[in-house]
Design a protein around this ligand. Structure first.
Ligand SMILES: Nc1nc2c(ncn2[C@@H]2O[C@H](COP(=O)(O)OP(=O)(O)OP(=O)(O)O)[C@@H](O)[C@H]2O)c(=O)[nH]1
Ligand SMILES: [Mg+2]
Length: 260
């Protein structure tokens, strides 16, 4: 009998969900008490309500840019999340690399367009061209090199220069957590936590080598950007309804004047 059971075909209706990219709740921040973004344990009720309506809203891909000094590990975190791989030899990014990752959030398709920019000075002018229209900025530093944390502010300022109409969601990410002793790790997290508060960023420590907190970081980025996109849709819907109401009231006044 067990032999027969093993041969049973898989139901064609059964769908496999990638648990990394299928989200049904709002993932928490790295330090929920210290984030400038949502501290809620779930998506906002109006967001869930909007998504349960029969009409299926469409979402544009969300542009995420990774900035930071050369060799801090920007490419490594993207590769860990997208391909679950890690390379110990350093291959500098030339200009910019691009990855697309599709998520399913509360039953809706949502993709992250990830622009992994080069940290080397000689590519700075090219990378700048890719900063525009970013919805998320991930400022990355190497936890084993204090100077890279000091540069974080400059990287953010330069990325914000290209995104003045609407402030993107900002994350400060410390990489290579695996290289630090417990004491060094705690010391660096304290310093970086203060820096994150100054630049209004949500802080994360990760390791592309071990995979520590990498999936959680990307899930949080996708979920927050998605929630913001839904809220924006709600805002524009509200605007349209208000416009229609004003138009209707103007029309009724005009007709009122004609007939009375
Ligand atoms: N131990 C350890 N090494 C890492 C980690 N992440 C990256 N590295 C190493 O750091 C070096 C630089 O990583 P990259 O991801 O290429 O750095 P980058 O920020 O993309 O560099 P540029 O493209 O020049 O801007 C490589 O040798 C990686 O193997 C990590 O989490 N732990
Ligand atoms: Mg790179």
């Amino acid at each position: 009998m067990p032999h027969l059971l093993r041969q049973l075909p898989v139901s064609p209706t059964a769908t496999m969900h990638d648990t990394r990219t299928t989200l049904r709740n709002l993932p928490p921040a790295y330090s929920p008490a210290q984030t400038p973004h949502s501290r809620e344990k779930d998506f906002a009720p109006q967001v869930r309500y909007h998504l349960e309506l029969p009409r299926k809203p469409k979402f544009r891909p969300c542009k995420v840019i990774f900035v930071g000094d050369c060799s801090v590990g920007k490419t490594a975190i993207a590769n860990r999340f997208c391909y679950d791989k890690f390379q110990s030899n350093y291959k500098a990014t030339i200009g910019v690399d691009f990855e697309l990752e599709n998520f399913n959030i509360l039953g809706h398709n949502y993709s992250l367009e990830m622009w992994d920019t080069a940290g080397q000075e000689r590519f700075k002018c090219i990378a700048g061209a890719y900063y525009r229209n970013a919805r998320v900025i991930v400022v990355t530093y190497d936890m084993s090199r204090r100077d890279t944390l000091d540069s974080a502010k400059k990287w953010l300022a330069s990325a914000l220069n290209y995104n003045t109409s609407q402030r993107p969601l900002v994350f400060l990410v410390g990489t290579k957590a695996d290289l630090l002793t417990k004491e060094e790790f705690m010391r660096m997290e304290r310093l970086a936590g203060n820096a994150a508060a100054e630049i209004q960023a949500e802080y994360w420590s990760v390791s592309a080598r071990s995979g520590f907190k990498v999936t959680e970081l990307f899930q949080r980025i996708a979920a927050l950007a998605f929630e913001e996109a839904v809220k924006q849709q709600l805002g524009s819907l509200k605007g349209t309804t208000q416009e229609q109401a004003t138009l209707a009231s103007v029309k009724s006044q005009t007709f009122g004047n004609i007939f009375h």
